[in-house]
Design a protein around this ligand. Structure first.
Ligand code: SF4
Length: 323
């Protein structure tokens, strides 16, 4: 039996802008197995947040399939969506802007319970709110506090408690620790790992920070200009990145070396506009290995080794093992 909870096929999302279409997400394919964390990493504007929002249908995709638990959710009507909406939740980057400043912490966490009418009476509602607070590590005494009275880490715990309220199976975590300082980041990442084990959760973890993604992910997908360029097990990607863009991203992570010879790949130029992305390989204009073929033919994301997918015409020749 397949272990896949989610499968994304040819997902596309463009936005109409003044001078054309902004190719935010352009025919991407991936899957997520039950109980795993897939990290989705890339520079700002590469399409990773749009992907997350399209998966939970906060944005409507233009094309493609999102198969969740065997059903294509893009074919579901409004009524059929209610099961899906209960199974899939999202946690956002900035917990402060996502919380209603006029709602107490208790009422904030209770909101999804009320919207989905999943409690029997007021006592059951309060018990569930207190249980959720305990699960995510919020002290009981804070139940009547307001968001402005909490620090960033505690506010993110409220966001996570809300996401857990109706027992989802799958959570999209969109830069959930990016606005927190390093010490609090570690606490929230450990909390997310613990919750995943205890509640059998599956995550899509979106971040621009490779170190954070490495810590929490089982597999990692690297995005560039609306396309997935590499996808594989997190050990393989860090040990032997195959796509030139992944190699450049990894080389930018500071690694202390006694001989001081850490080799950094400096990318030429800026990321091209997603409104008029280059023909052929999207990375062509910045790639130090580019050849004529790269400007003419778009490399497909292909399996170059079992469970290792790379979108580069010359991937296997560009292996760059990191010791
Ligand atoms: Fe570089 Fe060509 Fe590979 Fe694109 S297909 S990453 S331009 S070598």
């Amino acid at each position: 039996m397949s272990n896949r909870l989610l499968e994304v096929n040819n997902l596309r999302k463009y936005f109409k802008v003044k001078n054309g279409n902004l190719h935010a997400v352009d025919d991407i394919n991936f899957y997520i197995n039950t109980g795993e964390t897939l990290g989705l990493v890339g520079e700002s504007g590469c399409g990773k947040s749009t992907t997350g929002r399209a998966l939970v249908r906060l944005l409507e995709a233009d094309n493609g399939e999102i198969i969740f638990n065997g059903d294509d959710v893009l074919k579901k009507g409004r009524k059929e969506m209610s099961d899906f909406r209960q199974s899939v939740q999202m946690v956002f980057q900035d917990p402060y802007s996502c919380l209603n400043p006029r709602l107490s912490i208790g009422n904030t966490i209770a909101e999804p319970l009320e919207v989905n009418k999943v409690y029997k009476n007021r006592k059951a509602r309060q018990e569930r709110v207190r249980e959720l607070m305990s699960i995510v590590g919020i002290e009981d005494r804070l139940i009547n506090s307001y968001p402005h009275e909490l620090d960033g880490g505690m506010r993110q715990r409220v966001g996570i408690a809300r996401a857990l309220a109706i027992n989802p199976k799958f959570i999209v975590l969109d830069e959930p620790v990016s606005s927190l300082d390093v010490c609090i980041q570690a606490q929230i990442l450990n909390l997310l790992k613990r919750l995943q084990n205890e509640l059998d959760l599956t995550y899509l973890f979106i971040s621009h920070d490779l170190s954070v993604v490495k810590y929490i992910s089982d597999r990692i997908a690297v995005m560039y200009l609306g396309k997935i360029v590499e996808l594989s097990d997190h050990n393989a990607i860090f040990k032997d990145p195959l796509h030139p863009y992944t190699q450049a991203l990894l080389s930018a992570i500071p690694v202390p070396k006694l001989d001081g010879n850490a080799e950094r790949i400096i990318l030429k130029g800026d990321v091209p506009s997603p409104v008029n992305p280059p023909q052929g390989c999207r990375f062509y204009t910045r790639c130090i290995y580019a050849k004529e073929l790269c400007s003419k033919e778009t490399p497909e994301l292909r399996e170059v080794e079992p469970e290792r997918f790379v979108a580069c015409h010359f991937a296997k020749n560009l292996s760059r093992t990191v010791n």
